[in-house]
Design a protein around this ligand. Structure first.
Ligand code: IMP
Length: 422
């Protein structure tokens, strides 16, 4: 079985926890796009694991794979491997496979990201993601395998470094940072250390599927951060929707069995960009505090807003979701009324589907439907019947508006704080 899990909103939907729960039935978990801009939190037995690159199946003892479409910062990879090992989780070739062709995020990618983000105002994570992907498309990429072949590594860099130095200088940066030999040698050291884990992930995933194994493809970020289908320039630099798993892993779309969308019971966004249902002021602050809405990767406060069923209509089409997991329902407790955005108003017209252009999405005003809230603490509920009537009605309305069955509802960060809806 091949299952793809993606974020249905702007990232940070709680995919880490959902993947941790789902992966019990799977043999391997594979990341297919993005890099260490992602941050997945998994809580096990009171211990919090914050993962950025290594798939969320790490704490379940699964085979962990990083596909060729991922961009890898070797320093983050090494940090995470060490962290997991220090907590008693063995990480080595027996359980970790990294594709030889995964792109390497080089120090100059990070430098360029920081230098340009000031001008573009996108509010990136400053992890060098966009610039690493530019070099993939521009066919100027250092790949993981190059970190194991010193001569090739330096030869490639001799071509690349002068170009990067010129750009950094033009942008007012310090070009001497591009040729940081100490750091580049550190990359090679890590390359030697992870060499045993380098493999052909695409081949492995296909072979495993042919043998009848179960593979879970773990998406990073969210649908509206997709570089093609997201909100204008305020996106990440990879495809985040479900079909990206096929392209980036080289698995035929014919093989996909299930596509799970993860959505928060409200909406958050970190960084700039259109966000029609954003709540400003006290209520937004309250959601941020109760929901702990601060970025896992950058610590930045997340913008908070109501659940947006208009964006979800598009997410369902783009991803072809077969089921939904709704997270953080507990955060909405104690509100008298809860709003769901069911349409937008733009230039006197009512829209049921988001406009294609970000410029228009910025100008949309939400049309809300109001549902009654609940006062009870629901974090101890384990069955749908243990939820207050209004909380159940809220999930049922989300389901109805999306036209996709909800299968999991999360009411807290721990594994056990989960309701299997069906
Ligand atoms: P980049 O991916 O660092 O280039 O950032 C581009 C945009 O995507 C920014 O608005 C980031 O805040 C956002 N972004 C990137 N990764 C994540 C994530 O894992 N969760 C939420 N937002 C993200």
């Amino acid at each position: 079985m091949f299952t793809v899990v993606t974020g249905a909103q702007f990232g940070d939907e709680g995919k880490g926890k959902i993947i941790d729960i789902l992966c019990e039935d799977y043999d391997a978990v594979v990341r297919f796009q993005g890099g260490d801009n992602a941050g997945h939190t998994v809580v096990v037995g009171g211990e919090k694991f914050k993962l950025h690159l290594i798939p969320s199946g790490a704490v379940r003892g699964k085979r962990l794979l990083i596909g060729p479409g991922v961009v890898v910062n070797p320093l983050s990879l090494k940090r995470e491997m060490d962290e997991l090992r220090s907590r008693g989780i063995s990480i080595g070739k027996e359980n970790l496979g990294i594709d030889m062709k995964a792109g390497v995020i080089m120090p100059y990618h990070i430098l360029l990201d920081k230098l340009t983000d000031r001008r573009t105002g996108i509010g990136t994570t400053h992890k060098g993601i966009g610039f690493a992907y530019q070099d993939k498309i521009g066919r100027n990429e250092i790949q993981m395998i190059d970190l194991t072949e010193e001569e090739i590594f330096w030869r490639k860099l001799e071509e690349i470094i002068p170009l990067k130095e010129a750009i950094v200088e033009k942008l007012g940066g310090d070009k001497s940072e591009v040729r940081n030999e100490e750091l580049l040698r550190r990359y090679l050291e890590i390359g030697r250390e992870v060499k045993e884990c380098l493999t052909d992930v695409s081949f492995e995933v296909n072979e495993r599927l042919e043998r009848g194994e179960n593979i879970l493809a773990e998406g990073a970020q969210g649908t509206f951060l997709d570089v093609v289908h997201g909100t204008g320039k305020y996106v990440t630099s990879s495809n985040t929707i479900s079909s990206s798993a096929c392209v980036n892993l080289g698995v035929s779309p014919k093989k996909v069995d299930k596509i799970v969308g993860v959505a928060k019971a409200y909406t958050t966004r970190v960084g700039s960009g259109p966000f029609p249902t954003e709540i400003h002021g006290e209520l937004g602050e309250r959601l941020r505090e109760i929901g702990g809405e601060f970025g896992t990767t950058t610590g930045r406060p997340r913008r908070c807003g109501w659940y947006d069923a208009v964006l979800m209509r598009k997410a369902v089409k783009l991803n072809g979701y077969t089921e939904l997991a709704v997270t953080k329902l507990d955060v909405l407790g104690g509100l008298k009324n809860i709003k769901i955005c069911v349409a937008y108003e733009l230039d006197g017209k009512e829209l049921r589907y988001p406009p294609e252009r970000a410029e228009e999405l910025f100008r949309c005003t939400p049309v809300y439907e109001e549902l009654d809230g609940w006062d009870e603490d629901i974090s101890g509920a384990r069955e749908p019947s243990e939820l207050p009537k209004n909380a159940r009605a809220y999930i049922e309305r989300i389901e109805e508006l999306a036209g996709v069955p909800v299968t999991i509802v999360s009411v807290g960060e721990r594994r056990d704080q989960t309701i299997l809806w069906r």
